[in-house]
Design a protein around this ligand. Structure first.
Ligand code: ITT
Ligand code: MG
Length: 204
């Protein structure tokens, strides 16, 4: 059984990646997380694009472990901020992964932005890198609007502030969707769906 390492240090993102890959029902491939391999240092995410950063993470995981490695780089791109926070989403307020501070800052920056100009997209680039150097990068996007206050208990990051455009979301924030609903609509779900053939091809 060939192993695929999911190289994310964000537990909630990792859980989503694991869920979507599991739901795809790929047989002959065992998906493992970073806790199942010896620790290796985190490489700085210096890329200008989600794709570059996803490749940085997946290459580093493949190099450190000798395993096929899958990594996601993602964020929210707000129209009224010319696509920012973008690749800076995880550290928008200055400290990495402080969801509450990131959300508060984004809300403050958009306080004067009217409802008809609050469009945004969640973006996910997922990279699959094999130790022999084969690289596949895909991208998924999820359009919606930035709300005026946080809503909902599920998900992570900017989910409580994001109202997807999809009819299925019915006005809810992405933190008010069930995990299965989010996976069916999300940027990450759409990106990973494109990697399923490459993952199936790894099966022994
Ligand atoms: O790099 P890894 O180790 O995977 O973990 P990370 O949390 O640093 O992940 P990123 O560098 O890709 O930063 C993505 C940030 O964008 C936001 N984000 C990405 N996907 C999201 C989602 O599905 N829902 C809400 N926020 C999301 C969230 O704030 C993340 O911290
Ligand atoms: Mg990161």
């Amino acid at each position: 059984m060939s192993k695929v390492l999911l190289a994310s240090r964000n537990r909630k993102k990792l859980a989503e990646l694991q869920r979507v890959v599991d739901a795809a029902g790929i047989t002959g491939v065992e998906v493992i997380g970073l806790d199942a391999v010896p620790e290796f240092p985190e490489e700085p995410e210096t890329g200008a694009t989600f794709e570059e950063n996803a490749l940085i993470k997946a290459r580093s995981g493949a190099r450190a472990t000798g395993l096929v490695c899958l990594a996601d780089d993602s964020g929210i791109a707000v129209d009224a901020l010319n696509g920012m926070p973008g690749v800076l989403s995880a550290r928008w307020s200055g400290s990495h992964g402080d969801d509450a501070a990131n959300n508060a800052l984004l809300l403050a920056q958009l306080s004067d932005t009217p409802d008809d100009r609050r469009g945004a997209a969640f973006v996910s680039a997922c990279a699959l890198v094999t130790p022999d150097g084969t690289e596949t990068v895909v991208r998924g996007e999820w359009r919606g609007r930035v709300l005026r206050e946080e809503r909902g208990p599920h998900g992570f990051g900017y989910d409580p502030l994001f109202a997807p455009d999809d009819d299925l979301a019915a006005g809810r924030s992405s933190a008010e969707l069930t995990p299965a609903e989010k996976d069916a609509l999300s940027h990450r779900g759409k990106a990973l769906a494109q990697l399923v053939p490459a993952l199936r091809a790894l099966a022994d």
